[in-house]
Design a protein around this ligand. Structure first.
Ligand SMILES: NC(=O)C1=CN([C@@H]2O[C@H](COP(=O)(O)OP(=O)(O)OC[C@H]3O[C@@H](n4cnc5c(N)ncnc54)[C@H](OP(=O)(O)O)[C@@H]3O)[C@@H](O)[C@H]2O)C=CC1
Ligand SMILES: O=C(O)C1=NCCCC1
Length: 345
């Protein structure tokens, strides 16, 4: 059999952050979003891929596309920002994505945090399909402490319960420090993110023990059994379960958004984005003790390293970011072809 030219085609390729963002922008516009929404989603998705956050990078694009095509989310929604009180901002995302809602409220929120010392943003009627750290990291780069929570869709069995109720409900935190990038962590309150279960299923890999149960409620390491009628478990038993419950309360009950179990997308085949809420809290640390917070957080990091810690949350992302900036963002050639097709569809 003679060799096909494809036999020699590279299996991966590298794109600059700008080129990937432009490609993603074209896809989102092509699939029915406004230019401004496309820009926010494209930057978010390209940042995730650049930082090696693969469960929420280009892997998510087909899900965005099928959701937009299903009519479940409004890709052209214009968020309504309400200045409700000295430290409170409320946004109705009008059935659009959460990140454009955050972008619309951002400058008002930062002004309030700087003047009152603390400010709270409650977003409802919103869809979040992404990693949460891009929502908080930029605030810490401006010297603010930021905390955000978002709830997702029912797929996690609360500790001690018989059936799924909670979402995978991530918590993201960012704080400035003196001699380095902000300290950032961003974690699902489930034992594993739903996206990582999908990726494992696609690759035919088994999961570590303790991540989920099958349709009979029995422990399983088979990602397909979790996705097809099974469910995830919270991380850390009752502790992760309590945090997940807190996320439901803060991201949904407090904002006016849906709990993870409250929306029904069955009339929209292809819909993948949870229709929930998001809370963001900003604190201006200069208003609290008068001490230099960034020096204090740097001291904590110094002591953690002195205690033998080799990896801070966020270190892996920053290594991936630095590599991507040097050689470009690595994209699987098949994925790139699919993205190009979606941009021209
Ligand atoms: N929109 C939504 O509804 C949802 C989004 N998600 C997203 O899924 C993503 C993945 O979540 P999850 O799987 O829980 O994340 P991980 O378990 O991979 O990582 C959680 C955090 O811990 C850090 N970390 C991981 N391993 C170590 C280690 N060995 N030492 C020190 N720090 C470590 C990570 O830093 P680093 O990044 O540097 O590895 C990260 O900040 C998140 O971005 C989350 O926002 C999840 C659920 C729902
Ligand atoms: O990975 C997850 O878990 C989720 N990510 C995006 C929104 C749905 C849940």
């Amino acid at each position: 059999m003679s060799a096909s030219p494809l036999d020699h085609a590279p299996s991966t390729t590298h794109l600059s952050y700008e080129a990937l963002t432009l490609l993603l922008q074209r896809i989102f516009i092509r699939q029915g979003t406004s230019e401004s929404v496309a820009q926010v989603l494209a930057e978010n998705c390209a940042s995730a891929e650049r930082d090696g956050a693969h469960s929420h990078g280009v892997f998510r694009v087909p899900g965005y596309v099928s959701t937009l095509n299903s009519g479940w989310v409004d890709g052209k929604a214009v968020p309504i920002v309400e200045d409700v009180a000295s430290g409170f901002v409320r946004v109705d995302a009008v059935n659009g994505f959460a990140q454009p809602a955050l972008a619309a409220a951002r400058s008002l929120l930062v002004d309030k945090a700087r003047s009152a010392g603390i400010a709270l943003l409650a977003i409802h009627n919103s869809h979040h399909f992404a990693a949460l750290w891009p929502d908080v990291e930029p605030f810490a780069e401006e010297g603010l402490v930021a905390l955000s929570v978002v709830n997702s869709m029912t797929c996690v069995v609360p500790h001690g319960a018989d059936r799924p109720l909670f979402g995978t409900n991530p918590i993201a935190f960012a704080a400035p420090r003196a001699d380095g990038p902000p300290i950032v962590f961003d974690l699902a309150t489930s034992a594993i993110a739903h996206g990582d279960v999908q990726i494992a299923a696609r690759k035919g890999e088994r999961l570590p023990p303790g991540m989920g149960v099958d349709s009979l409620g029995q422990p399983t390491q088979d990602p397909k059994a979790i996705l097809e009628g099974g469910a995830l478990l919270p991380f850390g038993g009752h502790k992760g379960s309590a945090l997940s419950m807190m996320v439901e309360l803060l991201a949904a009950a407090l904002t006016g958004g849906n709990f993870s179990f409250e929306f029904n997308w069955s009339d929209h085949p292809g819909a993948r984005t949870p229709w929930t809420g998001q809370l963001v809290i900003l604190i201006d640390p200069s208003k609290t003790t008068g001490q230099n917070f960034a020096e204090r957080s740097q001291e904590l990091v110094r002591q953690m390293h002195a205690a033998g810690l080799r990896r801070l949350p966020g270190d892996r992302r920053h290594r991936s970011r630095a590599k991507s900036q040097e050689i470009g963002i690595e994209i699987n050639a098949q994925d790139l072809k699919q993205l190009q097709e979606l941009a021209e569809d």
